[in-house]
Structures are given as structure tokens and as C-alpha cells.
Design a protein around this ligand. Sequence first.
Ligand code: EPU
Length: 336
Amino acid sequence: MVLNLQNDISLLPYNTFGINVKSKKFIGIKTTEALINVLNQNEEDALLILGGGSNLLLTEDFDGLTIRMENQGIEIIKEDEDWVMVKAAAGENWHDFVLWCLEKNLGGVENLALIPGSVGAAPIQNIGAYGVELKEVFESCEVLNLNTREIKTFSKKECEFGYRNSIFKDKLKGQSVICSVNFKLSKPPHKINTTYRGLSEKLAGRSPNIQNIAQAIIEIRSEKLPNPSVIGNSGSFFKNPVLPSKQWIELQKKYPEIPHYPEQDGKVKIPAAWLIDTLGFKGYRKNDAGVHKNQALVLVNYGEASGLEIKKLAQEIKGKVMEVFAIDLEFEVNIL
Ligand code: EPU
């Protein structure tokens, strides 16, 4: 098989932060066979596997092989009276997949409309928004093990999904490539989720269906979150911290107004955006690196920021949050 490998390619078009670094080698792959071939012929190279490049901050040139998953295809593989199993290739754009489901009137992913990235990247951090997480519609995925070159099907349980986490971001980090994902989606009547406050407000007066929910989500996201094709960003840069109950009680004494959401075992999740906003960082800008003006959780590249400038800003915020609130903010974005 002839491989269309390129050398010294800028990764600028392939990351939503709009960072201009180079990869020593680059290839877009359209099939799993091509993926295995590329790996077999480039045994020595360090690997960077890219989906939509929407959860990634590149801080330096990559001295290895970047493989961009570009395999396509969405198909119904099974169905019964209540549900439909859909298989989508990893390289499919996530939002296009959501639109495909809406068109076929298949329910479950409408709250996840407009999330940047690819289908294959979605399970890695168990994408979530507006009251829904990927794991709720996830059935299984096909995964290539980079060490053994074997393909295995991972069930939902085996993926060990957590809040913005999975086995692929944790134990198996850097060891696997998701090639396709199977989703279990509902046929009408759909179970609708309008628990997120802003969502029910947006729908006021209309009886909810999966199409108008997706429309409302698209409106909310467009108001709050910067469009990566206009201003470089990777969505939430930080995870929302989950505090043990003792720490939460102390914090609440000092800041009674802090928004909070109960989690398991008495733990409490609080919005990192509130902490960052309260410190006055919202709308902050240093050269071309900044904090978005409408959502303090999102770091932005106004044009020419380097990955290191963004990383430095993230560390400055992390340090200040630690100093003032004694909370260790975790990065949600992968930094390379
Ligand atoms: N808030 C502020 N300042 C801000 C923004 C928010 O104080 O600038 C406070 C408000 O009190 C608000 C609360 O934070 O009520 C929560 O904000 P929001 O509802 O916007 O959600 P979030 O916790 O900031 C999470 C996800 C988003 C997802 C939204 C909606 C994480 C890390 N982020 O953000 O996911 O879209 O909920 O469900 O869990 C992403 O992962 O890239 C992402 C954008």
C-alpha cells in the first residue's frame, strides 16, 4: 500500500486552538487497514493521534508521526421497536453525526449538539454538556491497541467512564486508537432532558422535542462559547473540581454564594468558571492569549498566541486559584 506521508507539516489546520507548530511526519488515514500499515512502516516514530484536534494544546514542534483519523461512515447496524444501534467511524465530525441522528429522528445526542471534535475523540473524555454525557448513549467502540496492533471491542463498562474521563485518558493513555463507536439511540417517543436551567428558559412556551432542544443548545453554545473557527480555543480548559464534603463546607462558609452541584459520597462539584471569574480573569488578555469574555472556563487564542503563552496563562490561573481557594484545578485539555 502506498502511503501519502507528508514531512514537516504545520498542524495549524488540525487544532482548534489555532497553534502553529510542525509535525516531522503527517498522514490522514481513511481506513483501519491504512492505520495498521502506517504503524507497521513507521515503527520507530513517536505518535500523535489526532481527531478533531479540539481538546489539545500544542506547545512545541512534534518530532514524530501525527496520524489524523479521517475514516468516514455512519450506518444503522441493528434496531428494534424502541432503539436503533448506529455505528459511526472515528473520523466523522461529532456535530455532523448529531445532525444525522436528528434528521433520522433518533434521540440521545441532541443535548451534545455543536461540541467540537470527532466521533472517535468523544469517548476519550466522555464528552458532556447540558445535563447529558456521552456514556448515556454509548454502546461500545472498536479500539486498536498500538502495542499489539489488535482490534478489540470495548463495552461501556470496560471504558470506565467518569466525569470527562475514561480508560483511554487514564490507564490506556497513548496506547490505543478508537476506530469506530456504536451508539444506542432512541426511537420516538424520546426521553427528553431539559434539566439544565438555561435550556428550559430557551424553550419557554415550546413543547420540547429533540430537534428544538438541539436548536436551543446551539443557540446557548453560540452565545456563551467562542466559535473555534473565529477565535481559537479548546472549550473548557479546566475541569470543574469535585471537593470532599469537609473542604466544601469550609469553602461555603467563606463564599456562601458559590454555585454547587451534589455528587456521590457527599462530594460537591463547583464551577471552575466561578472561581476564575471571581478572581477577575474573565476577559483578561495578555498579548494574544486570553480568557473568554463570556465564559471564564475557556482560554482563547486571539490570533498569534503560542501554545506556551496559553499554557503560561493556564498555570497563572491555576496558581491563583490554589493561592486564594486552596483548590487544585485540573486541566481538561491535553497539553503536548
Ligand atoms: N460561571 C461564572 N462565570 C463564568 C461562567 C460560569 O461564574 O464566566 C458560573 C455560573 O454561576 C454558572 C456556573 O458557573 O451557573 C456554571 O457555568 P456553565 O453552566 O456555563 O457550565 P460550566 O460548569 O462552566 C460545563 C462544561 C461545559 C458544558 C457546560 C454546560 C466542564 C468542564 N464544562 O461548564 O463543557 O458545555 O457545563 O453543560 O464540565 C467543554 O467541556 O469543553 C465544555 C464547554
